[in-house]
Design a protein around this ligand. Structure first.
Ligand code: PMP
Length: 372
């Protein structure tokens, strides 16, 4: 039973935040809140909810979904001014990350990513028995503490010709840190053409517009670049599992070969299409996030805590000591956040930016947990 493919036994399984219902059951309460998985506190667009309700009446779910996602791809193609052949749809953008590892990694090939980067990168590499090359992050006292160091990426890439795939998260999860567009561009200029660079932009919309790279333009310049986006964050559709990638059509063609035939369900495809049409909802989500992220950061800083700079919909908070008891104290008060010990940052908690009321509730629970 233990005769797994090389690498699989070393995998530390991904541990998601506790579901609200489970905590409520344990505490015997009905009003727990979850600020643990960087979901949209506004939920989904009311237009998407209405379309899903109507679809439940009219859609024949006995039929397989459109396995190529034609309609959604056409919409995305128009939105990004790109050919539909450049688009790959995933069951969440995690699916895309896995397609990439299945397509380009494997025994004898290495996958490169930063320390303190998204947890799925090493999982995807290990599942393909590929080696993970972890690039040291920027130091704790840097202006972008624990963030990606693109010069170190370039140096490491020169030293490791076996690297076939590079993951860059911008903004990064779990730190929230981001990269100057020129730093990414300069790195891309140094990457050999047969190394695929996956730029994971799950939190793209949350960035200040002045800091958002013009990734679309880079796709024309760098055929080895892939950009991954998701409907799980600003579009509020994490429960439906849908994301997409933009890439050169040759890369999309290869990813399509390892993709399960019907990896996106009918309701997710529909929801994503309708969600794209409601950009007012996206704007409202972004505005709420920017305001509350600033307020949360201020409130935590006033409490003497260090908050990493964030352009995402969460903040990483350093308590300067083992954060597990604080995490536990919050749980006991019905507030679920994310410990960061599994990322190698045991003194940190990652807190998703919620609604104003949720953030107030978190701050109050935190004050109680810190003085208990
Ligand atoms: N990339 C990053 C950096 C993320 O933080 C997440 C979500 N936690 C994902 C990808 C995957 O999200 P999904 O599979 O829901 O699209």
């Amino acid at each position: 039973l233990q005769r797994a493919a090389p690498g699989v036994l070393d995998i530390e399984p991904y541990t998601p935040g506790m579901p609200i219902e489970e905590l409520q059951r344990r505490l015997g309460i009905g009003n727990a809140i979850k600020l643990a998985s960087n979901e949209n506190p506004l939920g989904m667009s009311p237009k998407v909810r209405a379309a899903l309700a109507a679809a439940l009446e009219s859609t024949n779910l006995a039929l397989y979904p459109d396995g190529s996602g034609h309609r959604l791809k056409r919409k995305l193609a128009a939105m990004h001014d790109i050919a539909p052949e450049c688009i790959t749809l995933g069951n969440g953008s995690n699916d895309i990350l896995e397609f990439l590892a299945r397509t380009y990694a494997g025994p004898g090939r290495a996958v490169m990513f930063s320390a303190y980067a998204f947890a799925v990168y090493p999982l995807a590499a290990q599942a393909q028995s590929a080696e993970s090359v972890v690039v040291p992050a920027r130091p704790a006292d840097d202006s972008m503490p624990y963030g990606h160091d693109m010069d170190a990426f370039a140096r490491m890439l020169r030293a490791r010709p076996d690297v076939a795939l590079v993951f860059i998260a911008n903004p990064n999860n779990p730190t929230g840190t981001w990269l100057e567009p020129t730093a990414i561009e300069h790195f891309l200029e140094q990457v050999p053409p047969d190394v695929i660079v996956a730029l994971d932009e799950a939190y793209y919309d949350y960035q200040d517009p002045a800091l958002r790279p013009d990734t679309r333009r880079w796709l024309d310049r760098f055929p080895n670049l892939l950009v991954a986006r998701t409907f799980s964050k600003v579009y509020g559709l994490a429960g439906l599992r849908i994301g997409y990638a933009l890439s050169h059509p040759t890369v999309a063609d290869l990813l399509n070969r390892v993709r399960q035939p019907f990896n996106n369900n009918s309701l997710a495809l529909l929801a994503a299409e309708v969600a794209l049409d409601d950009q007012d909802f996206v704007r409202a989500s972004v505005v709420l996030n920017a305001r509350e992220r600033a307020r949360l950061t201020r409130a935590l800083t006033e409490r003497g805590l260090r908050v990493l700079p964030s352009q995402a919909n969460f903040v990483a908070v350093d308590f300067g000591r083992d954060a597990r008891p604080i995490h536990q104290g919050l749980l006991e008060r019905g507030v679920i956040v994310r410990p960061m010990g599994s990322y190698g940052l045991p003194t940190f908690l990652r807190v998703t930016v919620g609604t104003e009321a949720e953030n107030d509730r978190f701050l109050q629970a935190l004050d109680e947990a810190l003085t208990a």
